[in-house]
Design a protein around this ligand. Structure first.
Ligand code: PEP
Ligand code: MG
Length: 862
């Protein structure tokens, strides 16, 4: 960065009061120059003394208020009554330990007296792992202060005077800015350990050279850019988007220089943000500096489609409410009792929400049920109990245990499990809210009309507790298309875009937005024309929907009379009613995992029977295809230990697990066979690769049917998800009564694109000609044996895929319930010869984009 003429040194305020600071530790006091870190040695962070500790507790050097405690618990700042801000930083480069070996005894905002314990630390561990144990104590707002009477070059005891500070309120002098000269930049923080002391000092030092105001905003918090402690107090971590606001002379120039300085890492090593934005057209790296949002300038942000539909509205930011939790408990018995009472109360609330949610959709009830199971998980309650026994408060204990568990899930690098971490955060929040009396929802209770919620991640209970008519849509920085929130949003009919990256968090409160849930796009400060055209499209769409719903209950045939069955994919019991109401002609895929995941033991045969029967009854006699358990690999079960796999997606999953655990499969088969009327349920086997696997399952079905004395035949089908199964479909069809193509998995295996990898999400397109050719091959093989072929993967829910699939010979589409009426209406406009012709052309194309373009040009308006 070049220090242009605009950067001036700011004058200091005159000193007027003296404060003596006590040594926070026992040890050897030395000059700052001896610290092996230039930021401290050169006094970039401030002036003071360093102590090489022999004691294990960092104590307050004076009376004051804790301004910040670093997330890694290795440093904190205390503001003395004189206004001096004292940074206490244990060891050098200890931020890299990420909290290991440190225990914080205070939290921001807490008042402390000289001598109070701030942070405890494990001296042995630090001696082994840290670069140096040297602990610095500095005045970070040093402009207004002079450090005197330093004790250096001798041993000191904790509490003994270490140095004195003379001076007065020392906020950096910031001349009144020229009103017209403001500038803003946004820049992503790429420093691996976030904005810790050293880079904060480096930033502040540059910022102080500017005579005008420098502010740094992050996650809804604002800091004076010239204050090291304020910058550290932002808690900015790797990947966070910082907004820099500069006022005064040459503000543009200074803002640009500061943004470049941040982007370069402020002298610390940087690492790229491992979260590129997947777009509909490919993968875009997360921009380091994004343009500023401002009225009159329409900006397009892209993310991942989670729930279809459009919305025109205004941004309502869902930001974390600070919850100050005391770490110290008030006695083990008292804290245990408080936790028990809070858990009981939340359990009661959840049960009430479940019973009081008739017609509100099965997904909501299922999520509450999953939360209940977590509340009753003995491992979590025992872990919280242990924290309480070691002196922690109930709230601190519960939050710590839940966050630890969520971190474990996130660390598993499994997209589905990572999405479940949101449930743990949610539950942590609910229980802590009861314990502290704080509001449990971050969503404002009064929402403006057409609110579009903007959140880092929305918690399932936050969404489930909202009435759908109060919000217009949802955008989140994180999350995934299969998260509970995405499922809920789809069930509530709310358009949602997820995985948008931190850029979305910089959208100003109240900014007008247009959200396109079909394309995964959000336009910020859209033009009047964009808004109006979206509103017109929404009105037209609603009118079409109503018209389509009116005919949704009739059989579906193409315009030239070819029968195409449109059935529904179900993942939760309550969805069956919705599916039937939307005109689904049956269920083409019941994902039974909902019964098996997030619990401590497998459901019994009777429990399974009750749930399957409930669904069959709701479908009113229409057929229900029940898929046998599809776990393992990316969906592990706690009670079903499987060996560690380096590549679980290519490992033990689907039928491979079922044949390894035959009792689990037999129990499920019996439950399916016992559903009445006999034969209404069909059985479908996931992840079949060979004919032998299907034969083994058929032998078990026959044996159980015989044992149960059931004479009615039960249809058994195979899912085609593995490329080999598509290529050998003629062989599989000899043993299968029907085939159903799972395009989600088939696409991931054909294109070698992990379906859980957010970096490649945009490439996972089931309309790729490579996938379509395998659909054609499957139909060709099945026809040789006279077997029907269905598609139950995600593309079956896309109207633009329908002509291709029908043209390739697919006769059943199993879609998400909400799209059934539109899908049926569109199919009624198609003719088979035209579909066949376009499908033949599509097979010759080279990319999914080319296939989509072909469909769009043939059926404009799709
Ligand atoms: C598929 O893979 O397309 C499918 C329907 O199964 P799931 O998405 O449950 O893996
Ligand atoms: Mg699958």
């Amino acid at each position: 960065m070049n220090n242009g003429p605009s950067l001036k040194l700011v004058s200091a305020s005159p000193p007027s009061a003296t404060l003596t600071l006590a040594s926070p530790l026992s040890g050897w006091a030395a000059r700052l120059d001896e610290v092996p870190d230039p930021a401290f040695a050169q006094r970039l962070a401030g002036d003071g003394v360093v102590v090489d500790p022999t004691s294990t507790e960092l104590r307050a050097p004076c009376d004051g208020v804790v301004v910040s405690v670093h997330a890694s618990r290795h440093a904190c700042t205390v503001r003395a009554e004189t206004g001096a801000e004292i940074l206490l930083h244990i060891g050098i480069d200890t931020v890299e330990l990420r909290g290991e070996g440190f225990t914080a005894h205070v939290q921001p905002g807490q008042r402390v007296r000289a001598g109070d314990v701030l942070i405890g630390f494990d001296l042995d561990l630090l001696a082994r792992k840290a670069r140096s144990l040297q602990t610095v104590m500095l005045v970070v707002n040093a402009e207004g202060y002079t450090v005197t009477e330093r004790v250096e070059g001798r041993s000191v005891s904790v509490g003994e005077p270490l140095f004195s500070v003379s001076g007065n309120a020392s906020a950096p002098v910031t001349p009144e800015p020229a009103a017209e000269s403001g500038a803003t930049r946004q820049v992503r923080l790429l420093i691996a350990h976030g904005l810790h002391a050293r880079p904060a000092a480096a930033f502040a030092q540059r910022a102080r050279l500017h005579a005008g105001v420098v502010r740094v905003l992050c996650q809804g918090r604002t800091a004076n850019g010239k204050s090291v402690s304020a910058l550290m107090g932002l808690g900015a971590t790797h990947g966070d988007l910082l907004t820099l606001q500069v006022e005064g002379d040459a503000a543009e120039h200074v803002a640009q220089e500061l943004a470049e300085w941040v982007a370069s890492g402020l002298g610390d090593p940087t690492s790229p943000v491992a979260e590129p934005v997947a777009t509909a057209h490919g993968v875009k790296p997360m921009p380091v500096a994004v343009p500023v949002f401002q009225p009159g300038k329409e900006l397009l942000l892209e993310g991942v489609v989670a729930s279809p539909g459009s919305a025109v509205g205004r941004a309502v930011r869902v930001v974390d409410l600070p919850v100050d939790l005391p770490e110290q408990g008030q006695g083990v018995a008292r804290e245990e009792q408080r936790l028990t009472e809070a858990l009981t109360r939340v359990r009661r609330e959840l049960e009430e929400s479940m019973s009081g949610a008739p017609g509100s959709g099965g997904a909501r009830v299922e999520i509450f049920r999953a939360h209940l199971a977590l509340l009753e998980d003995p491992e979590l309650t025992e872990a919280a109990g242990k924290e309480i026994t070691s002196g922690r408060s109930a709230a601190w204990a519960w939050r710590t245990v839940m966050e630890r568990q969520a971190a474990v899930l996130l660390g598993l690098e499994d997209a589905r499990l990572a999405e479940r971490a949101g449930d743990l955060h949610d539950l942590a929040r609910r229980v802590v809210a009861v314990l502290t009396g704080e509001a449990s929802s971050r969503v404002p209770s009064v929402l403006p009309p057409e609110a579009i919620l903007i959140a880092d991640e929305l918690l399932p209970s936050e969404l489930a507790s909202l009435e759908p008519h109060r919000i217009a849509g949802i955008c989140t920085a994180r999350g995934g298309p299969t998260s509970h929130v995405a499922i809920l949003a789809a069930g509530m009919g709310l358009p949602a875009v997820v995985a948008m990256g931190n850029q979305v968090l910089a959208i100003p409160e109240g900014a007008p937005l247009v959200l396109d849930g079909d394309r995964g796009e959000v336009r910020v400060f859209p033009t009047e024309e964009t808004r109006e055209s979206t509103r017109r499209a929404m009105v037209a769409r609603a009118a079409h929907r109503r018209a389509h719903l009116a005919t949704a209950h009739e059989d579906c045939r193409t315009a030239d009379g070819v029968r195409i069955e449109v059935v529904a994919n179900l993942g939760r019991p309550g969805e069956a009613v919705t599916a039937r109401d939307k005109g689904a002609e049956g269920c083409g895929l019941l994902r039974t995992e909902f019964l098996f995941l997030e619990r401590v033991r497998a459901p019994s045969e009777d429990e399974q029977l009750a749930r399957y029967q409930e669904i069959a009854d709701a479908m009113g006699g229409r057929h229900v295809v029940i898929r046998t358990l599809d776990v393992g690999g990316d969906k592990p079960l706690a009670y079903l230990p499987l060996p560690h796999e380096d590549n679980p997606v290519l490992g033990l999953r689907g039928v491979r697990v079922s044949l390894r655990e035959p009792e689990l499969l037999r129990t499920q088969l019996r439950a399916i066979l016992r559903v009445r009327p006999a034969g209404v349920c069909r059985i479908m086997v996931p992840m079949v690769t060979t004919r032998a696997e299907l034969r083994a399952v058929r032998a078990m079905v026959d044996a159980e049917r015989q044992a149960l004395g059931i004479s009615t035949p039960v249809l058994l089908g195979a899912m085609v998800e593995v490329p080999a199964a598509a290529v050998l479909a003629d062989q599989l069809a000899a043993d299968a009564d029907f085939l159903s193509i799972g395009t989600n998995d088939l696409t991931q295996y054909v294109l070698a694109v992990d379906r859980g990898n957010p970096h490649l999400a945009a490439r996972l397109d089931g309309l790729h000609p490579g996938v379509l050719r395998l659909v054609a091959k499957t139909v060709e093989g099945a026809r040789l044996r006279g077997r029907p072929v269905a598609v139950c993967g995600g593309v079956a829910s896309e109207p633009r895929a329908a002509p291709l699939l029908i043209g390739l010979g697919v006769t059943e589409l199993s879609a998400t319930p909400a799209v059934v009426p539109d899908l049926k209406a569109f199919i009624r406009t198609l003719s088979l010869p035209r579909c066949e012709q376009v499908a033949r052309e599509a097979l010759k194309l080279e990319s999914a984009e080319a296939v989509r373009a072909l469909v769009s040009s043939t059926w404009p308006g799709l």
